[in-house]
Design a protein around this ligand. Structure first.
Ligand code: KIV
Length: 271
């Protein structure tokens, strides 16, 4: 049953149409109910339950320790808050690298146990078979090429990818391969804007950039980074839209002071 008040969900088709119309796609990460609710009510198009939660939520140096159970736990909380945005869930390290069948099984588990709309996995040519298998079961897949953090030990650093022509050609081949395999969108991470432009113009599916310049069809940032909560992390591609760490520090200091000075709670705040 549909009612006039029903909110229209963002789907893969919506994103495709946004690209076609030249309207940019907005995306942010969320790992919990309250943040997801704020993002959704603000009108964000895509909420990614990113494995970046391994860094910003769990305090790890890399995303590698994140497990399937943790991704599912966080996605369930996010899904309860969201009525419009498309929820995309990162497939964690080693949930799809072993084989296409293993990836297929784990993508199915994410879709069955959460209310997500899609999964995301990292890689290009080497994961094309897995993407084909997952999409053949009707599960939308967002791909992720360029700097892929689950391969950090292979790359050796978080420097941008695709600066030299060989690496740029490899990333172009990766983008073509994931589109061919059936991905509905591609995250382009930390590559030159000129390369992101070439990719964006060469694929029919939307590209969503992070540190990939203005020509992508959309942009994504890690929410605690853009809100200025993660103050020790400020690469040049992150714009701080707020300074929440400062705000929270001020609020907590005020609270401590009030408690110590017996100014909180007041009579009105007591029963
Ligand atoms: O895990 C994540 O948050 C991501 C974004 C950086 C795209 O993959």
């Amino acid at each position: 049953m549909s009612s006039e008040k029903e909110i229209k969900r963002v789907t893969t088709k919506t994103l495709y149409l946004l690209k076609k119309k030249g309207i940019k796609i907005s995306a942010l990460t969320a790992y919990d109910f309250i943040t997801a609710k704020i993002l959704d009510e603000s009108g964000i198009d895509v909420i990614l339950v990113g494995d970046s939660l391994g860094n910003v939520f769990q305090g790890n140096d890399t995303t590698l320790p994140v497990t399937m159970d943790e991704m599912i736990y966080h996605t369930k909380a996010v899904a309860k808050a969201v009525s419009r945005a498309m929820i995309v869930v990162d497939m964690p390290f080693m949930s799809y690298q072993l084989s296409a069948d293993e990836g297929f099984r784990n993508a199915g588990r994410i879709m069955k146990e959460t209310s997500a709309g899609a999964v995301k996995l990292e890689g290009g040519v080497r994961v094309a078979e897995t993407i084909k298998k997952i999409t053949s079961a009707g599960i939308p897949v967002m791909a992720h090429v360029g700097l892929t953090p689950q391969s950090i030990y292979l790359f050796g650093s978080y420097r941008e990818r695709g600066r030299d022509e060989d690496e740029a050609e490899e990333i172009l081949r990766d983008a073509a391969a994931v589109e061919q395999a059936g991905a509905f969108a591609i995250v382009l991470e930390k590559i030159p804007a000129s390369l992101a432009k070439r990719i964006t113009e060469s694929v029919a599916i939307p590209t969503i950039g992070i540190g990939a310049g203005i020509y992508c069809d959309g942009q994504i940032l890690v929410t605690p980074d853009m809100l200025g909560l993660n103050i020790d992390f400020h690469p040049r591609f992150v714009r701080h839209y707020a300074k929440l760490a400062d705000e929270i520090t001020g609020a907590v200091k005020d609270y401590i002071e009030d408690v110590k000075q017996k100014k909180f709670p007041s009579e009105e705040e007591s029963y």
